[in-house]
Write a protein that binds this ligand. Structure first.
Ligand code: UD1
Ligand code: UDP
Length: 374
Protein backbone atom coordinates (compact mmCIF):
# COMPACT_ATOMS: atom_id res chain seq x y z
CA UNK A 1 0.00 0.00 0.00
CA UNK A 2 1.44 3.39 -1.05
CA UNK A 3 0.91 6.23 1.43
CA UNK A 4 1.37 9.56 -0.33
CA UNK A 5 0.71 12.94 1.25
CA UNK A 6 -1.14 15.21 -1.20
CA UNK A 7 -0.43 18.84 -0.29
CA UNK A 8 -2.17 21.92 -1.68
CA UNK A 9 -3.14 25.40 -0.55
CA UNK A 10 -4.58 27.65 -3.23
CA UNK A 11 -7.57 27.58 -5.58
CA UNK A 12 -5.76 26.41 -8.72
CA UNK A 13 -3.80 23.71 -6.87
CA UNK A 14 -7.04 22.33 -5.42
CA UNK A 15 -8.71 22.24 -8.86
CA UNK A 16 -5.72 20.46 -10.39
CA UNK A 17 -5.20 18.09 -7.44
CA UNK A 18 -8.90 17.08 -7.24
CA UNK A 19 -8.61 14.56 -10.11
CA UNK A 20 -5.59 12.98 -8.36
CA UNK A 21 -7.57 12.68 -5.12
CA UNK A 22 -10.30 10.92 -7.12
CA UNK A 23 -7.81 8.67 -8.95
CA UNK A 24 -6.31 7.60 -5.59
CA UNK A 25 -9.80 6.78 -4.30
CA UNK A 26 -10.34 4.61 -7.39
CA UNK A 27 -7.50 2.31 -6.26
CA UNK A 28 -8.22 1.62 -2.57
CA UNK A 29 -6.27 -1.68 -2.60
CA UNK A 30 -3.07 0.04 -3.79
CA UNK A 31 -3.05 3.50 -2.32
CA UNK A 32 -4.05 5.29 0.91
CA UNK A 33 -3.52 9.02 0.31
CA UNK A 34 -3.72 11.63 3.04
CA UNK A 35 -4.62 15.21 2.23
CA UNK A 36 -2.87 18.18 3.82
CA UNK A 37 -4.18 21.66 3.08
CA UNK A 38 -1.78 24.47 3.88
CA UNK A 39 -4.69 26.92 3.85
CA UNK A 40 -2.61 29.47 1.90
CA UNK A 41 -6.03 30.45 0.54
CA UNK A 42 -9.17 30.24 2.66
CA UNK A 43 -12.51 31.09 0.99
CA UNK A 44 -11.16 30.46 -2.51
CA UNK A 45 -9.77 27.06 -1.47
CA UNK A 46 -12.94 26.01 0.27
CA UNK A 47 -14.99 26.83 -2.85
CA UNK A 48 -13.09 24.03 -4.60
CA UNK A 49 -12.84 21.43 -1.84
CA UNK A 50 -16.60 21.76 -1.24
CA UNK A 51 -17.42 21.18 -4.90
CA UNK A 52 -15.20 18.11 -5.27
CA UNK A 53 -16.17 16.77 -1.84
CA UNK A 54 -12.55 16.72 -0.66
CA UNK A 55 -12.13 16.01 3.06
CA UNK A 56 -8.76 17.09 4.39
CA UNK A 57 -6.87 15.08 7.01
CA UNK A 58 -4.78 18.11 8.04
CA UNK A 59 -5.33 21.85 7.56
CA UNK A 60 -2.50 24.21 8.52
CA UNK A 61 -4.81 27.22 8.03
CA UNK A 62 -1.90 29.51 7.10
CA UNK A 63 -3.78 32.35 5.43
CA UNK A 64 -3.47 35.77 7.03
CA UNK A 65 -4.77 38.91 5.34
CA UNK A 66 -2.17 40.33 2.98
CA UNK A 67 0.72 38.43 4.56
CA UNK A 68 4.22 38.69 3.11
CA UNK A 69 5.77 35.94 1.05
CA UNK A 70 8.53 35.52 3.66
CA UNK A 71 6.04 35.08 6.50
CA UNK A 72 3.98 32.54 4.55
CA UNK A 73 7.06 30.63 3.39
CA UNK A 74 8.60 30.41 6.87
CA UNK A 75 5.34 29.28 8.48
CA UNK A 76 4.71 26.73 5.76
CA UNK A 77 8.15 25.08 5.95
CA UNK A 78 8.07 24.90 9.74
CA UNK A 79 4.51 23.56 10.04
CA UNK A 80 4.98 21.13 7.15
CA UNK A 81 8.04 19.65 8.81
CA UNK A 82 5.94 18.73 11.85
CA UNK A 83 3.36 17.10 9.58
CA UNK A 84 5.98 15.08 7.68
CA UNK A 85 7.58 13.81 10.89
CA UNK A 86 4.21 12.79 12.31
CA UNK A 87 2.71 11.27 9.15
CA UNK A 88 5.84 9.59 7.72
CA UNK A 89 4.40 9.49 4.16
CA UNK A 90 6.03 7.41 1.40
CA UNK A 91 6.12 10.48 -0.85
CA UNK A 92 4.83 14.04 -1.05
CA UNK A 93 2.76 15.22 -4.02
CA UNK A 94 2.65 18.93 -4.94
CA UNK A 95 1.07 20.72 -7.90
CA UNK A 96 2.20 23.85 -9.71
CA UNK A 97 4.21 26.85 -8.61
CA UNK A 98 2.85 28.52 -5.50
CA UNK A 99 4.54 29.22 -2.16
CA UNK A 100 2.78 26.09 -0.83
CA UNK A 101 4.56 24.02 -3.49
CA UNK A 102 8.00 25.51 -2.99
CA UNK A 103 7.88 25.45 0.84
CA UNK A 104 6.47 21.90 0.95
CA UNK A 105 9.14 20.66 -1.45
CA UNK A 106 11.90 22.13 0.71
CA UNK A 107 10.38 20.58 3.85
CA UNK A 108 10.20 17.18 2.09
CA UNK A 109 13.79 17.52 0.90
CA UNK A 110 15.00 18.18 4.45
CA UNK A 111 13.26 14.93 5.50
CA UNK A 112 14.66 13.11 2.42
CA UNK A 113 11.18 12.27 1.16
CA UNK A 114 10.51 11.78 -2.57
CA UNK A 115 8.60 14.66 -4.16
CA UNK A 116 6.15 14.15 -7.02
CA UNK A 117 5.77 17.42 -8.93
CA UNK A 118 2.59 17.72 -10.94
CA UNK A 119 2.74 20.31 -13.77
CA UNK A 120 6.53 20.22 -13.96
CA UNK A 121 8.82 21.88 -16.49
CA UNK A 122 6.99 25.17 -17.10
CA UNK A 123 9.42 28.07 -17.57
CA UNK A 124 9.54 31.62 -18.89
CA UNK A 125 13.30 31.88 -18.34
CA UNK A 126 12.76 35.07 -16.31
CA UNK A 127 12.73 34.79 -12.51
CA UNK A 128 10.82 38.07 -12.25
CA UNK A 129 7.83 36.98 -14.37
CA UNK A 130 5.79 35.28 -13.14
CA UNK A 131 7.06 36.41 -9.75
CA UNK A 132 7.70 34.50 -7.53
CA UNK A 133 6.33 31.44 -9.36
CA UNK A 134 9.20 30.96 -11.85
CA UNK A 135 11.68 30.56 -8.98
CA UNK A 136 9.24 28.34 -7.06
CA UNK A 137 9.11 25.99 -10.05
CA UNK A 138 12.87 25.84 -10.51
CA UNK A 139 13.51 25.10 -6.83
CA UNK A 140 10.79 22.46 -6.78
CA UNK A 141 12.30 20.74 -9.84
CA UNK A 142 15.66 20.46 -8.04
CA UNK A 143 14.19 18.32 -5.25
CA UNK A 144 11.68 16.36 -7.36
CA UNK A 145 11.81 12.58 -7.79
CA UNK A 146 9.12 12.33 -10.50
CA UNK A 147 8.46 15.25 -12.81
CA UNK A 148 4.94 15.03 -14.27
CA UNK A 149 5.24 17.29 -17.32
CA UNK A 150 1.94 18.36 -18.88
CA UNK A 151 3.34 18.59 -22.43
CA UNK A 152 6.30 17.29 -24.47
CA UNK A 153 7.69 20.84 -24.51
CA UNK A 154 7.73 20.99 -20.69
CA UNK A 155 9.47 17.58 -20.63
CA UNK A 156 12.10 18.87 -23.10
CA UNK A 157 12.75 21.85 -20.86
CA UNK A 158 13.52 19.50 -17.95
CA UNK A 159 15.86 17.44 -20.17
CA UNK A 160 17.66 20.65 -21.15
CA UNK A 161 18.17 21.42 -17.47
CA UNK A 162 19.81 18.02 -17.03
CA UNK A 163 17.19 16.04 -15.12
CA UNK A 164 17.45 12.27 -15.63
CA UNK A 165 15.30 10.88 -18.44
CA UNK A 166 13.90 8.18 -16.14
CA UNK A 167 12.39 10.86 -13.86
CA UNK A 168 10.56 12.82 -16.60
CA UNK A 169 7.08 11.76 -17.74
CA UNK A 170 4.56 13.45 -20.02
CA UNK A 171 1.22 13.00 -18.28
CA UNK A 172 -0.99 15.84 -19.55
CA UNK A 173 -2.36 18.46 -17.19
CA UNK A 174 -4.95 17.42 -14.60
CA UNK A 175 -6.70 20.78 -15.16
CA UNK A 176 -8.25 19.19 -18.26
CA UNK A 177 -9.44 16.15 -16.26
CA UNK A 178 -11.21 18.54 -13.86
CA UNK A 179 -12.57 20.76 -16.64
CA UNK A 180 -14.07 17.99 -18.79
CA UNK A 181 -15.77 16.43 -15.78
CA UNK A 182 -17.10 19.78 -14.58
CA UNK A 183 -18.27 21.29 -17.85
CA UNK A 184 -20.47 18.29 -18.58
CA UNK A 185 -22.16 18.60 -15.19
CA UNK A 186 -22.55 22.38 -15.33
CA UNK A 187 -23.96 22.42 -18.87
CA UNK A 188 -26.65 20.10 -17.52
CA UNK A 189 -27.37 22.72 -14.80
CA UNK A 190 -27.43 25.57 -17.36
CA UNK A 191 -30.93 26.80 -16.51
CA UNK A 192 -29.92 27.34 -12.86
CA UNK A 193 -26.91 29.41 -13.87
CA UNK A 194 -28.86 31.34 -16.51
CA UNK A 195 -31.33 32.31 -13.78
CA UNK A 196 -28.54 33.51 -11.50
CA UNK A 197 -27.02 35.53 -14.37
CA UNK A 198 -30.31 36.72 -15.87
CA UNK A 199 -28.93 40.28 -15.95
CA UNK A 200 -26.73 39.11 -18.86
CA UNK A 201 -29.78 38.26 -20.99
CA UNK A 202 -28.62 37.27 -24.47
CA UNK A 203 -25.79 39.78 -24.48
CA UNK A 204 -22.34 38.77 -25.58
CA UNK A 205 -20.04 38.60 -22.55
CA UNK A 206 -16.32 39.13 -21.99
CA UNK A 207 -15.06 37.30 -18.90
CA UNK A 208 -12.10 38.83 -17.07
CA UNK A 209 -9.71 37.59 -14.37
CA UNK A 210 -6.44 39.06 -13.09
CA UNK A 211 -4.25 38.57 -10.05
CA UNK A 212 -0.56 38.29 -10.93
CA UNK A 213 1.83 40.01 -8.54
CA UNK A 214 4.04 41.31 -11.38
CA UNK A 215 0.97 43.19 -12.70
CA UNK A 216 0.31 44.99 -9.38
CA UNK A 217 0.49 48.77 -9.82
CA UNK A 218 0.77 49.99 -13.43
CA UNK A 219 -0.17 46.64 -14.96
CA UNK A 220 -3.50 46.56 -13.13
CA UNK A 221 -4.21 50.20 -13.84
CA UNK A 222 -3.65 49.52 -17.56
CA UNK A 223 -5.86 46.42 -17.49
CA UNK A 224 -8.65 48.44 -15.85
CA UNK A 225 -8.19 51.33 -18.32
CA UNK A 226 -8.47 48.85 -21.21
CA UNK A 227 -11.75 47.54 -19.81
CA UNK A 228 -13.08 51.10 -19.46
CA UNK A 229 -12.19 51.85 -23.08
CA UNK A 230 -13.64 48.56 -24.33
CA UNK A 231 -16.87 49.10 -22.37
CA UNK A 232 -17.31 52.45 -24.16
CA UNK A 233 -16.62 50.96 -27.58
CA UNK A 234 -18.74 47.84 -27.07
CA UNK A 235 -21.91 49.16 -25.38
CA UNK A 236 -23.90 45.99 -26.14
CA UNK A 237 -21.36 43.65 -24.51
CA UNK A 238 -21.36 42.69 -20.81
CA UNK A 239 -18.01 42.64 -18.99
CA UNK A 240 -18.01 40.20 -16.08
CA UNK A 241 -15.06 40.26 -13.68
CA UNK A 242 -14.94 37.88 -10.68
CA UNK A 243 -12.37 39.79 -8.63
CA UNK A 244 -9.60 37.84 -6.84
CA UNK A 245 -9.58 38.39 -3.04
CA UNK A 246 -5.99 39.66 -2.87
CA UNK A 247 -6.35 43.23 -1.49
CA UNK A 248 -3.80 44.44 -4.07
CA UNK A 249 -6.31 43.39 -6.73
CA UNK A 250 -9.58 44.32 -5.01
CA UNK A 251 -8.38 47.91 -4.36
CA UNK A 252 -7.58 49.14 -7.89
CA UNK A 253 -10.27 47.09 -9.64
CA UNK A 254 -13.11 48.45 -7.50
CA UNK A 255 -11.68 51.97 -7.59
CA UNK A 256 -11.26 52.07 -11.38
CA UNK A 257 -14.17 49.93 -12.59
CA UNK A 258 -16.67 50.06 -9.74
CA UNK A 259 -19.15 52.50 -11.26
CA UNK A 260 -19.31 51.57 -14.93
CA UNK A 261 -22.56 50.39 -16.48
CA UNK A 262 -22.43 46.86 -17.98
CA UNK A 263 -19.12 46.14 -16.18
CA UNK A 264 -20.03 43.67 -13.43
CA UNK A 265 -17.55 43.16 -10.59
CA UNK A 266 -18.45 40.03 -8.63
CA UNK A 267 -16.83 37.84 -5.94
CA UNK A 268 -14.52 35.01 -7.04
CA UNK A 269 -16.85 32.47 -8.61
CA UNK A 270 -16.92 28.95 -7.21
CA UNK A 271 -15.20 26.67 -9.74
CA UNK A 272 -18.34 25.05 -11.27
CA UNK A 273 -19.91 28.46 -11.72
CA UNK A 274 -16.72 29.84 -13.24
CA UNK A 275 -16.56 26.93 -15.68
CA UNK A 276 -20.14 27.68 -16.72
CA UNK A 277 -19.22 31.37 -17.12
CA UNK A 278 -16.23 30.51 -19.32
CA UNK A 279 -18.51 28.34 -21.42
CA UNK A 280 -21.14 31.14 -21.58
CA UNK A 281 -18.56 33.81 -22.47
CA UNK A 282 -17.74 35.13 -25.92
CA UNK A 283 -14.07 35.60 -25.11
CA UNK A 284 -11.77 35.87 -22.07
CA UNK A 285 -9.19 38.41 -20.88
CA UNK A 286 -6.94 36.97 -18.17
CA UNK A 287 -3.48 36.73 -16.63
CA UNK A 288 -4.31 33.37 -15.03
CA UNK A 289 -2.26 30.24 -15.67
CA UNK A 290 -5.13 27.78 -15.34
CA UNK A 291 -7.53 29.80 -17.49
CA UNK A 292 -4.94 29.79 -20.31
CA UNK A 293 -5.06 26.00 -20.21
CA UNK A 294 -8.84 25.73 -20.02
CA UNK A 295 -9.94 28.22 -22.70
CA UNK A 296 -8.84 26.12 -25.72
CA UNK A 297 -11.05 23.19 -24.62
CA UNK A 298 -14.07 25.51 -24.57
CA UNK A 299 -13.03 27.13 -27.89
CA UNK A 300 -12.98 30.59 -26.33
CA UNK A 301 -10.45 33.14 -27.64
CA UNK A 302 -8.23 34.29 -24.78
CA UNK A 303 -5.94 37.29 -24.50
CA UNK A 304 -3.20 36.74 -21.91
CA UNK A 305 -2.51 40.06 -20.19
CA UNK A 306 1.14 39.29 -19.40
CA UNK A 307 4.46 39.96 -21.12
CA UNK A 308 5.62 36.34 -20.99
CA UNK A 309 3.98 32.97 -20.54
CA UNK A 310 5.29 29.62 -19.39
CA UNK A 311 2.43 28.07 -21.36
CA UNK A 312 3.50 28.74 -24.97
CA UNK A 313 1.69 25.71 -26.43
CA UNK A 314 -1.73 27.37 -26.73
CA UNK A 315 -0.12 30.50 -28.22
CA UNK A 316 1.62 28.33 -30.84
CA UNK A 317 -1.67 26.54 -31.55
CA UNK A 318 -3.33 29.94 -32.19
CA UNK A 319 -5.89 29.57 -29.38
CA UNK A 320 -4.53 32.34 -27.15
CA UNK A 321 -2.63 35.56 -27.73
CA UNK A 322 -0.03 37.12 -25.48
CA UNK A 323 -0.84 40.86 -25.37
CA UNK A 324 0.98 42.20 -22.30
CA UNK A 325 -0.63 45.00 -20.33
CA UNK A 326 -0.54 47.83 -22.87
CA UNK A 327 -3.93 49.55 -23.18
CA UNK A 328 -3.55 49.88 -26.96
CA UNK A 329 -2.75 46.21 -27.52
CA UNK A 330 -5.49 44.86 -25.23
CA UNK A 331 -8.16 47.08 -26.74
CA UNK A 332 -7.02 46.61 -30.34
CA UNK A 333 -6.89 42.79 -30.14
CA UNK A 334 -10.19 42.54 -28.21
CA UNK A 335 -11.93 44.74 -30.77
CA UNK A 336 -10.53 42.62 -33.62
CA UNK A 337 -11.81 39.39 -32.10
CA UNK A 338 -15.19 40.84 -31.11
CA UNK A 339 -15.89 42.48 -34.46
CA UNK A 340 -14.44 40.07 -37.06
CA UNK A 341 -15.79 36.52 -37.15
CA UNK A 342 -12.82 35.19 -39.17
CA UNK A 343 -10.49 36.58 -36.52
CA UNK A 344 -12.67 34.98 -33.83
CA UNK A 345 -12.68 31.55 -35.49
CA UNK A 346 -8.89 31.56 -35.90
CA UNK A 347 -8.67 31.10 -32.11
CA UNK A 348 -10.90 28.03 -32.01
CA UNK A 349 -8.63 24.99 -32.14
CA UNK A 350 -9.62 21.33 -32.32
CA UNK A 351 -7.15 19.89 -29.84
CA UNK A 352 -6.18 21.23 -26.43
CA UNK A 353 -2.37 20.94 -26.15
CA UNK A 354 -2.52 20.60 -22.36
CA UNK A 355 -4.18 17.25 -22.01
CA UNK A 356 -6.81 14.69 -22.87
CA UNK A 357 -8.57 14.40 -19.50
CA UNK A 358 -6.69 11.31 -18.27
CA UNK A 359 -3.65 12.83 -16.59
CA UNK A 360 -4.57 11.87 -13.01
CA UNK A 361 -4.75 8.06 -13.43
CA UNK A 362 -1.40 8.23 -15.30
CA UNK A 363 0.19 10.11 -12.40
CA UNK A 364 -1.15 7.65 -9.82
CA UNK A 365 0.12 4.70 -11.88
CA UNK A 366 3.58 6.31 -12.08
CA UNK A 367 3.67 6.79 -8.31
CA UNK A 368 2.79 3.14 -7.75
CA UNK A 369 5.60 1.98 -10.04
CA UNK A 370 8.35 3.66 -7.97
CA UNK A 371 8.59 1.00 -5.23
CA UNK A 372 8.20 3.59 -2.47
CA UNK A 373 5.73 1.46 -0.47
CA UNK A 374 7.22 0.72 2.96
C1 UD1 B 1 -1.46 32.80 -5.00
C2 UD1 B 1 -0.18 32.26 -5.65
C3 UD1 B 1 -0.23 32.39 -7.16
C4 UD1 B 1 -1.50 31.76 -7.69
C5 UD1 B 1 -2.71 32.35 -6.98
C6 UD1 B 1 -3.95 31.65 -7.43
C7 UD1 B 1 1.93 32.53 -4.43
C8 UD1 B 1 3.05 33.42 -4.11
N1 UD1 B 1 0.97 33.06 -5.19
O1 UD1 B 1 -1.53 34.20 -5.24
O2 UD1 B 1 0.88 31.73 -7.73
O3 UD1 B 1 -1.58 32.03 -9.07
O4 UD1 B 1 -2.58 32.16 -5.57
O5 UD1 B 1 -5.10 32.37 -7.13
O6 UD1 B 1 1.89 31.40 -4.01
N2 UD1 B 1 -6.96 36.08 0.10
C9 UD1 B 1 -8.16 35.96 0.81
N3 UD1 B 1 -8.88 34.79 0.69
C10 UD1 B 1 -8.48 33.76 -0.09
C11 UD1 B 1 -7.29 33.91 -0.81
C12 UD1 B 1 -6.53 35.06 -0.70
O7 UD1 B 1 -8.56 36.86 1.51
O8 UD1 B 1 -9.20 32.73 -0.15
C13 UD1 B 1 -6.17 37.33 0.26
C14 UD1 B 1 -5.44 37.39 1.61
O9 UD1 B 1 -5.37 38.71 2.01
C15 UD1 B 1 -4.04 36.86 1.25
C16 UD1 B 1 -3.86 37.50 -0.13
O10 UD1 B 1 -5.14 37.38 -0.75
O11 UD1 B 1 -3.03 37.23 2.17
C17 UD1 B 1 -2.79 36.91 -0.97
O12 UD1 B 1 -2.89 35.51 -1.03
P1 UD1 B 1 -1.61 34.65 -1.52
O13 UD1 B 1 -1.95 33.22 -1.51
O14 UD1 B 1 -0.37 35.09 -0.83
O15 UD1 B 1 -1.39 35.15 -3.00
P2 UD1 B 1 -2.31 35.18 -4.25
O16 UD1 B 1 -2.20 36.54 -4.84
O17 UD1 B 1 -3.65 34.64 -3.93
N1 UDP C 1 -11.34 30.09 -11.29
C1 UDP C 1 -12.45 29.96 -10.46
N2 UDP C 1 -13.16 31.10 -10.10
C2 UDP C 1 -12.79 32.33 -10.53
C3 UDP C 1 -11.64 32.47 -11.35
C4 UDP C 1 -10.93 31.33 -11.71
O1 UDP C 1 -12.81 28.84 -10.06
O2 UDP C 1 -13.48 33.30 -10.18
C5 UDP C 1 -10.58 28.88 -11.65
C6 UDP C 1 -10.23 28.70 -13.11
O3 UDP C 1 -11.21 27.92 -13.77
C7 UDP C 1 -8.87 27.98 -13.07
C8 UDP C 1 -8.28 28.44 -11.75
O4 UDP C 1 -9.33 28.98 -10.99
O5 UDP C 1 -9.03 26.58 -13.02
C9 UDP C 1 -7.20 29.46 -11.97
O6 UDP C 1 -6.83 30.03 -10.75
P1 UDP C 1 -6.06 31.39 -10.62
O7 UDP C 1 -6.31 32.21 -11.83
O8 UDP C 1 -6.42 31.95 -9.30
O9 UDP C 1 -4.54 30.93 -10.52
P2 UDP C 1 -3.42 30.54 -11.60
O10 UDP C 1 -3.97 29.47 -12.47
O11 UDP C 1 -3.07 31.80 -12.32
O12 UDP C 1 -2.29 30.07 -10.75
Amino acid sequence: MLKPLLVFGTRPEAIKMAPIVAACKDRPQDIAAKICLTGQHREMLQQVTDYFGIQSDINLDLMKPNQSLAELTAACIERMDTVLVREQPDCVVVQGDTTTVFATSIAAFYRRLPVVHVEAGLRTGNIWAPWPEELNRRITSLVTAIHCAPTPQAADQLRKEGYAESTIHVTGNTVIDALLWTVKRERARGSEWRKKYDFLGDQRMILITGHRRENFGDGFRNICQSIRTLAERLPDVAFLYPVHLNPNVQGPVHELLGTLPHVYLVDPAPYPEFVWLMDRSTMILSDSGGVQEEAPSLKKPLLVMRDTTERPEAVAAGAVELVGTSVEKITERTMAIMTDSAEYQKHQVDKNPYGDGSAAPRIVELMLQQGWQK
